[in-house]
Design a protein around this ligand. Structure first.
Ligand SMILES: Nc1ncnc2c1ncn2[C@@H]1O[C@H](COP(=O)(O)OP(=O)(O)O)[C@@H](O)[C@H]1O
Ligand SMILES: [Mg+2]
Length: 267
């Protein structure tokens, strides 16, 4: 009888130690994620301060260059030198690109707390899509869930999230392709899914793409996805990516309603 009892106790202990390992692993993972989120936040805060002051300092010289360019352009009106004119055009173009980067930087510097209101995610996708620049070799289509309840979000911020995802998809499909945006309800959460047929993301980059300043583009600054992630997580939501090199990428934004998550925490 004693042996039986001891065996049972040993079994229990074994079970417990296995469960303990699992628990430690789970907690370690949680801790790791919390730590990463904190590091990301700090990085973003420092970057935000930097980008706002750099952006500010660059606006003035850029403005001066723009005026000089305008002046040259006026002077050149009477001259028939196509090469000179071309070069002035290039200068103008690049001044505009620089201006856009500066705007990105200051957008980035001004991440605020979300101002939520009940919003229709489908409508938000439609609105954003109409604002986006879609080249002719790309077809953008939508497939909306019809049974969606309004979600409490900051429409400006989520519009920014959607626009950034659309821009990235377009940039990934230089040779053209299809961008499919769909919405659905999954496990009580509202999801917006952006699927492109672009270049895809190599597996070892999947971890890095949400890091601030990670970019594989010659003209990219690598703040888009970092911004998106901060905004979505600021809403208590999640963003996930699946990708296959050469085939395309799918980004899923999941909004979890507050009431749902607290119900889950209680049980
Ligand atoms: N839809 C996509 N398809 C392929 N690669 C992508 C996609 N979206 C993002 N990426 C990758 O993630 C990187 C970071 O994206 P992002 O933070 O928006 O910065 P940026 O667009 O300035 O490069 C990109 O440089 C690219 O390598
Ligand atoms: Mg981008």
């Amino acid at each position: 009888v004693e042996i039986e009892e001891r065996k049972q106790v040993e079994e229990k202990l074994k079970e417990y130690s296995e469960r303990l390992e699992e628990m430690v692993e789970e907690r370690t993972q949680e801790l790791k994620e919390a730590h990463e989120a904190l590091v990301r936040k700090e990085k973003l805060a420092v970057l935000g301060q930097w980008s706002s002051s750099i952006g500010h300092e660059l606006r003035n010289p850029l403005g001066a260059i723009k005026n000089a360019c305008y002046f040259l352009n006026m002077k050149m009106k009477t001259i028939e030198d196509e090469a000179v004119k071309d070069n002035i055009r290039i200068m103008n173009q690049e001044i505009n690109t620089a201006g856009e980067i500066i705007s990105d930087l200051s957008d980035f510097a001004r991440i605020k707390l979300p101002v939520r209101r009940e919003a229709d995610i489908n409508q938000l996708v439609t609105e954003t899509l109409s604002r986006a620049e879609i080249p002719e070799n790309i077809t953008a289509s939508t497939d909306f869930a019809v049974d969606m309840a309004p979600v409490s979000v900051d429409p400006v911020q989520i519009g920014q999230v959607f626009l950034n995802l659309i821009d990235n998809a377009v940039q990934a499909m230089g040779a053209g392709g299809a961008l499919k945006i769909s919405t659905r309800i999954k496990d009580e959460a509202t999801e917006a899914i952006f699927a492109d047929e672009g270049c895809g993301i190599p597996t070892n980059n999947l971890e890095k793409i949400f890091e601030p300043l990670f970019t594989t583009k010659t003209k990219g600054i690598g703040l888009g996805l970092a911004l998106i992630r901060t905004l979505v997580e600021g809403h208590g939501g999640r963003i996930e990516v699946e990708s296959e090199e050469g085939k395309g990428s799918t980004f899923t934004v999941r909004f979890v309603e507050k009431t749902h998550s607290s119900q889950r925490n209680l049980s």
